[in-house]
Design a protein around this ligand. Sequence first.
Ligand code: HAM
Length: 417
Amino acid sequence: MNDILPTESIYWQWVEQHIRQLVKANGYGEIRTPVLEMTGVFTDAIGETTDIVEKEMYTFHDRNGDSLSLRPEGTASCVRAGIEHGLFYNQTQRLWYLGPMFRHERPQKGRYRQFYQFGAEAYGFPGADIEAELLILCRDFLQRIGLSDATLQINNIGGLAERQRYRQALQTYFRDHFNELDDDSKQRLEKNPLRILDSKNPALDHVKQHAPTMQDYLLPETAEHFAQLQEYLTAANIPYTINPHLVRGLDYYTGLVFEWVTDRIGTQGTICAGGRYDNLIATHGGKATPAVGFAAGMERLLLLLQDNPSLKNEIEHRHQPDIYMIMVGEAAKVLGLRLSSEWRQQFPRLTIINHCGEGNLKSQFKKADKSAAKFAIILGEDELRDNTITIKPLRGGEQETIAFADIHRYLHTKIHS
Ligand code: HAM
């Protein structure tokens, strides 16, 4: 679990700003759910035999003896909240969230026990159109934050009946190759054979390669739905590959599953992932509602964008303060604190740092320089006497002395613009 310090949080804020712009532009509304839920919310949705539920949840009993868990992901909570508040009755919903999730995994680069997800979920839309909308949203998001090299993998894992037939075919195939499986896969064979396809063990590549693929078990209407999505993606200029081994690590999926991947963070290369989960709401006691969504891991996005020096520079530059207030003497401080507050009211985007504490002109200038501010505004004896301020650009340029009456115009044209 990480602390995010101010030198780091500027990048988070930058990404969050893009997220907020983009979800608003697509008509998604923000949902904030608690970080703790009754354990059943997750075990029922994600699946008893998944890694998340079997090994990774932070679960404990509270003082009433109820079993609670820290949320390992956002989808189950959205479904719980949507049912509880009647959001799915005869209406569609476009929701998004951003917040911490918790999984007790082995920490490594790009994998943490508390990590943040940005996610979006759409309810009440059965078609390939909403799937395309979400994938276009992902592409636009990744592009805006400078990660357009991530590639999209898609698969269709069918509905329950299709998957049942496929599951049997897989079991037959893997039983015939039992000795080639690793211990994990042997265990998965009876309970959850699709998950063998998800194994990251390269020793299994060969046996996986010749396994039956889901595509052969899809009903014609499912295949058509999948083809329709591909048509939308091509028209929207989104390259993709169909990965028949993509099954995802959560049990609630039906139909489309997808992952955006990069090879720049080693094995933790999935930066954004999701799919359809049309059965989840009905199995949780709600009215049957089609559903699809995705979540992106913020830490992985941030690792990637901090690899990009020009983007890093741009973000750092945006966070430089505009003005450092140098105030020499008590009378200057009285006036300076008042003026800086007035300027912040007039120009809400302006960042003004007041010099607080002791210090002569020279030492205050040093602080101003260290703050990386673009301008220093100096209030000293001369300025107080003449009703002026002195403005010195700290990154080159001539110092100017300005009458009080002209300050507003100067700030407006030279600093705020
Ligand atoms: P997920 O694949 O478990 O899906 O997680 C989505 C993303 O969260 C991953 O691709 C990764 O970027 C990030 N992530 C997961 N675990 C960690 C970790 N331990 N440390 C850092 N980042 C991590 C879901 O959670 C689904 N709820 C996605 C979804 C939404 N499906 C439908 N709607």
